[in-house]
Design a protein around this ligand. Structure first.
Ligand code: NAD
Length: 453
């Protein structure tokens, strides 16, 4: 069955239709109109799967998608132009140009935490670059998976964009097919499986993975503002965000003040009774809620800590070490452990000693500290004096490094990711430089020595 879908896509791609810019622009517009037509069903599905209220679902998923489509439509023509560059002296009078071309059919494997955005944002880039695509939404967000299948069937024929619903077995079947590119968002464990499957057929991959993203707060930070922005970053989607601030590294001198401010921000955002707040999202399933509850067994709870079904209170934790389970895995829930540091270099050493994070946040008013952290630590991306928002810019690429992934997308970075660039040298037929041809001689060598160094 997967073979049939892909064969039809390969035939459609070979027809050349997707290469036309007019076709791509129209496809983006069709998707935009589809999203608007299906808005109610999509927002309802996000509520059913994750308890997301309309505002949060619109701000973090649907609105981001519509913005990305608008941005791509506006810039597509410019991105699709050949990138011309001057030839070096020894190559003259040639001209050089890089021609973007679509790969063919792209497989997009999506996670459950932003089940709409993380399935369709890569699709926007794949379409802009002229590819066909097969989407495999996450089975752990079934309502959104069905809503995406209905949306795509309403917009496109499966020979262009198809949706395969299902679990790991469906992914495994798809990974056996000869796709031209694989775009995966998910955890490190499955990322390795995907990369191994891709390697068997030498298929290029982009892996958007996760990890523990640190958040540093130093003694010069505006603590009330930092607390608000950290709390917002942690509580959005109840902490089930790949770029959520996973844990805090706080300068000892401001820890108590920051804790007070964080507790106030948690109350302001999730209310006095978060477990019954209809706008506060739930954990994706019982197994994950149970896992999160287990992480509360070590350390001291400074606020929160209660669970009711799939809801868990915003929780601050203290008194932890790197050996505790909560510090050994990506938390992916509304739990925020606080570690303290005395010297910035100690905090930086702790971060550098661990796998490279997807995001890093630093709250400080000191420019030298900002430069030091940005200059010395490796991480996918991040913010100075904020959380999450770097993901929202269509003008910057987004992706991980090391254990947090490889490859970047969003806006033009997506266009580049989903394109192969053919490097072509256009040579003159009027002039033919004899120096390159045998028989070689001392005089040819001496010319080369002058023009090539
Ligand atoms: P996951 O790795 O469990 O699943 C992702 C996708 O892979 C799903 O479609 C799933 O069906 C499929 N899959 C599961 N097992 C598979 C297998 N054995 N073989 C092939 N495919 C398989 O991830 P998840 O739990 O859905 O998402 C959470 C993880 O994703 C977290 O680690 C989070 O940090 C990460 N994440 C990263 C980003 C990013 O942009 N970098 C965004 C969101 C989530």
């Amino acid at each position: 069955m997967y073979h049939t879908i892909l064969s039809k896509q390969k035939a459609f791609f070979a027809s050349g239709k997707t290469r036309s810019l007019a076709f791509r622009r129209q496809a983006l517009e069709t998707l935009r109109q589809g999203l608007l037509r299906h808005e109610k069903a999509l927002l309802q599905a996000l509520h059913d799967d994750l308890g997301k209220c309309e505002t949060e679902a619109y701000m973090t998923e649907l609105g981001m998608l519509l913005g990305e489509i608008r941005y791509d439509k506006k810039h597509l023509e410019k991105w699709a132009r050949p990138r011309r560059c001057a030839a070096e002296l020894p190559l003259l009078p040639a001209r050089c140009a890089e021609y973007p071309e679509p790969f063919g059919s792209v497989l997009i494997l999506a996670p459950w935490n932003y089940p709409l955005l993380l399935c369709l944002q890569p699709l926007v880039g794949a379409i802009a670059a002229g590819n066909c695509a097969v989407l495999k939404p996450s089975e752990l967000a079934p309502a959104t998976s069905h809503a995406i299948a209905a949306l795509i069937a309403d917009c496109f024929g499966p020979e262009y964009v198809a949706v395969v619903e299902g679990d790991a077995a469906a992914s495994t079947g798809l990974l056996e097919q000869p796709f031209d590119f694989i775009f995966f968002t998910g955890g490190e464990r499955v990322g390795k499986i995907v990369m191994q499957a891709a390697a068997r057929q030498l298929i290029p991959v982009c892996l958007e993975l996760g990890g523990k993203s640190p958040c540093i707060v130093d003694q010069t930070a505006d603590l009330a503002l930092a607390a608000r922005r950290i709390a917002h970053g942690k509580l959005t989607n109840a902490g089930q965000t790949c770029v959520a601030p996973d844990y805090l590294l706080v300068h000892r001198s401001v820890k108590d003040q920051l804790v007070q401010q964080l507790i106030a921000s948690f109350r302001a955002f999730a209310g006095e009774a978060p477990l019954s707040n209809p706008d506060y999202p739930c954990i994706i399933n019982d197994a994950h809620a149970h896992r999160l509850e287990g992480l509360l067994e070590r350390g001291h709870i400074l606020c929160g800590g209660r669970r009711q079904g799939r809801h868990i209170e915003p929780t601050l934790l203290d008194g932890l070490t790197w050996d505790d389970p909560i510090m050994q895995q990506e938390i992916f829930g509304p739990l925020l452990p606080i570690l303290v540091y005395d010297r910035l270099e100690d905090a930086m050493e702790q971060i550098a000693a661990r796998p490279k994070p997807l995001a890093l946040y630093i709250f400080t008013r000191d420019k030298a500290t900002q430069r030091r952290v940005l200059g010395q630590l490796s991480f996918g991306g991040g913010c100075v004096n904020d959380t999450l928002l770097h993901v929202a810019s269509h003008k910057m690429g987004f992706g991980g490094v090391g254990a947090s992934g490889m490859g970047r997308y969003h806006g033009q970075a997506s266009f580049v990711l989903f394109s192969h660039y053919k490097s072509v040298l256009h040579q003159s037929t009027l002039v033919d430089m004899p120096v390159r041809y045998p028989p070689y001689s001392e005089s040819k060598l001496s010319i080369l020595r002058r023009i090539m160094r």
